[in-house]
Design a protein. Structure first.
Length: 115
């Protein structure tokens, strides 16, 4: 019997991404064929990958000291109402719903560049 992998739902587009337990949100998206906005390519320094955790934040591992310190520099009102996390650092333990604009399939990105 195969086990079901956790699902990361990315709003507002309604994208469902399977994640290995312990995998970061961004790594799961990249592995599944999605472009995730970033400048530092997952090093945790640019904060462009940040997400708003809409629900089930308990299904992400606790943020590391590095992630907490990085997020402390965000201006107030950066996110609507959810908990801010860095997609390149937040490790999935179960189903979670996040909000992030700009997540696109690699096909969509390629089609936009071809225009």
């Amino acid at each position: 019997m195969s086990r079901r992998l956790p699902i990361v739902r990315v709003e507002p587009r309604g994208i469902d991404i399977e994640a290995e337990e312990g995998e970061t949100i961004m790594a799961a998206a990249l592995r599944a064929g999605y472009h995730w906005p970033t400048v530092c390519n997952g090093q945790g320094t640019c904060r462009v990958c940040r997400v708003e955790v809409v629900s089930r934040s308990e299904n992400l591992r606790e943020p590391s000291r590095f992630e907490i310190e990085s997020l402390q520099g965000l201006p107030p009102k950066t996110l609507d109402h959810g908990e801010p996390r860095l997609a390149c650092q937040a490790q999935v333990q179960g189903d979670v719903v996040v909000r992030k604009h700009g997540v696109r399939s690699l096909e969509e990105v390629a089609a936009r560049r071809a225009r």
